[in-house]
Design a protein around this ligand. Structure first.
Ligand code: SF4
Ligand code: SF4
Ligand code: SF4
Length: 278
């Protein structure tokens, strides 16, 4: 009798330990999965990708986009005839992206903005939305892609130091549209000029060719997902000088939509140089 109760206790312990072990294993897998998913926020997706949340729901992780990217005709080394690395990679564990989803890292391999965008039409799930990169004539137009937005870190961009550098500007396929050089007088020397790279967010596709070309040790111009590279003023601000923006607020008069605060109701002489708390 005692023997059989020992046996069932042993069995119970074994089953319990097995399930604890299995839960711990699943826990480790899950925490790894969520860490990768959380880290995926700064990921750059292929042209035509749906907004990140919808993209993750739609992408079936088939890899056809990455395959089309690496195997495109223009991706062959002219001298050796060998295939060069593709722009799109499928995320693996440790990439800090959701495993199995396509992404690219411009500093390694940027998007070459292929005219025929081979990566998009092959997508079977609609995660890459062909309509978003199609023009009014029904033709594919890579200039419509919005993979991200290039931003310049002024402190590390040597053009802002007054040195002559236009590597990013020259690398851009939409030169003078997505990126332009702005002339500014260099007051430090008095006789030189700054030629500063300025990115235009309404045209930049986020291809990252500028990031790849940047001469600094760590790129001073780099592509971020548009959501992270942009701010938002809010709908309550109205550009009084812009007729379209005026139309947006309809027939209402400006003084009806003006934001009043305790301070704005007073004249400047009521508060300037006075220690009044508002
Ligand atoms: S458009 Fe960009 S991502 Fe698509 S195939 Fe060409 S290089 Fe690859
Ligand atoms: S082809 Fe579409 S569904 Fe397949 S991995 Fe690429 S984005 Fe995902
Ligand atoms: S990412 Fe850079 S190279 Fe590409 S379109 Fe924008 S500014 Fe031009």
């Amino acid at each position: 009798m005692a023997k059989s109760s020992d046996n069932s206790r042993r069995k119970f312990m074994a089953t319990t330990l097995q399930s604890v072990g299995l839960s711990a294993f699943v826990g480790v897998l899950w925490s790894g999965y969520s860490a990768e998913a959380k880290a995926a926020k700064l990921v750059l997706r292929p042209p035509g990708a749906l907004p990140e949340e919808d993209f993750l729901k739609a992408c079936i992780k088939c890899g056809l986009c990455a395959e089309a990217c690496v195997n495109r005709d223009s991706n062959v080394d002219q001298e050796t005839g060998e295939q060069r690395p593709g722009t799109l990679k499928m995320a693996k564990g440790g990439d800090h992206k959701l495993v199995g989803t396509p992404f690219f890292t411009p500093r390694d391999v940027p998007c070459y903005m292929c005219d025929d965008i081979p990566c998009v039409p092959v997508c079977p799930s609609g995660a890459l939305d062909e309509a978003s990169v199609t023009d009014e004539k029904g033709e594919l137009d890579i200039n419509k892609a919005r993979m991200g937005l290039a931003v310049v870190h002024k402190e590390s961009c040597v053009a802002f130091w007054g040195l002559q550098c236009d590597a990013c500007y020259r690398a851009c396929p939409l030169l003078d549209e997505a990126i332009s050089l702005e002339y500014q007088k260099n007051d430090r020397t008095g006789k030189h000029a700054f030629l500063l790279p300025v990115v235009h967010s309404d045209v930049c596709t986020g291809c990252g060719l500028c990031e790849k070309a940047c001469v600094t040790e760590k790129a001073a111009i780099f592509v971020l997902p548009t959501e992270y590279a942009t701010g938002k003023a809010g709908d309550h601000y109205v550009k009084g000088w812009d007729k379209k923006d005026q139309l947006r607020v309809g027939e209402r008069k400006m003084d009806e939509i003006e934001t009043k605060t305790k301070r704005s109701e007073k004249a400047p002489v009521d508060y300037l140089n006075k220690e009044i708390e508002y």
